[in-house]
Write a protein that binds this ligand. Sequence first.
Ligand code: C2O
Ligand code: CU
Length: 458
Amino acid sequence: MNLTRRSLLASASAMVALPKFSLANTDVEVLEARRSAVSLVSDKYPDTEVWGYNGGVPGPEIRVAQGARIRRRLVNSLDEPTTIHWHGIRIENAMDGVPGITQDAVQPGEDFLYDFEVPDAGTYWYHSHFNTTEQISRGLYGALIVEEPNPPEVDHDITVIVDDWRLGDDAQIDPDFSQIHDWSHAGRLGNFLKASLSPTLTEVKKNQRLRLRFICVATDRVMRLALTGMEGKVVALDGMPLSEPTPLEMLTLGPAQRADVIVDITGEPDTDAVIGFVGREQSIALASLKITGQASLSSRGDIPRLPANPMKQLGDIEGAKVAELNMEGGAMGGLRQGIYKGKMMTAAKLVENGQIWTLNGVAGLPDTALAEVALGETLRIPIINDTAFAHAMHMHGAHFQEILPDGSFGPLLDTILIERQERREIAFTASNPGDWVFHCHMLSHQSAGMITWVRVTA
Ligand code: C2O
Ligand code: CU
């Protein structure tokens, strides 16, 4: 048939009349961002109104084999624009989900097809990248698990999403997402911590082996976790296998960071194995697993390491390009001025614009990239945290390594927690062309200025 412009228009308007979900006929699964209500606290409290994917918080766990193609149609049923970012995935730039940089924001009633391959196995997550402090606080996130072809043998492989909610007495989310006091300090900290285990697990047996995939989805809180009744090792960070698994002690996860641990249940039958949050004043059990018996007489022996991903580690950094990143601002930071939207402003004027933090003197996304590197080129970024708070810097589209004081390289990471007044240095070899944002994943800080970008030219 010869499609004329007229018949095209006719068929286009016919499509509009079809119910939206007929799009799913093409075997593309839908992630619908919409309002719903979930039982978040307990059945003694009313349901909490959230924004989630397909009505749940967390959204559906996406679990695929390494190298698979993921296709998901984001349908926006919210009253405001949104996008999805696939955190930690070495992804094609156009699929990275950053509004204004890699795509237009998806308007209410519209949809967008994400279609990409996942080259690396590991624990990742997906989340909104529009109005992030609010949209992630309200629940727009989910786990993205990429399985190794030959995963280590365990009795349970459990995703543990840890979140920090700020709720009122009625269990509803505090709707004020832009309190200057939060933004200028450690961010929007909640008052209700929750660990969501998928699949659900309530009972284990002594000497069983578990793989726990921790994902910190809190907008701003650094989670310190202690595991009791189990012993094991950290085998991966931010999705990437450690070349040498490290003994599991306290697990510190900044916003967006992940850790895979493999543990054996060592507690005695009729006690609990506990995932606990260690706070300054008190510790809280986030999940208790009842030990109901004994799986075998002895533990399973050495904890194996995971097979490496096909990702290049840092090689020679001699002669690498260097782009320094200076963090300033926040409470007790003494910020006097900064550039915002191309204009130099006093600190008071910045605050009027909701901006409190600067990276290299600029609040918000700068016009020019922090650095431009060609494929194969190595970029070193010394980061100077000249503020009174910690920051969790996240690079899109690449994993980096820390250059440690002795000159050796740390593990591959996509997010690094930098304590106040610390100076750290990271580096990576560009392998993925595009414009990639580099921002603080304490989302209150990102909203209030801490975002820049790096260009990788093909
Ligand atoms: Cu997890 Cu720019 O984000
Ligand atoms: Cu920060």
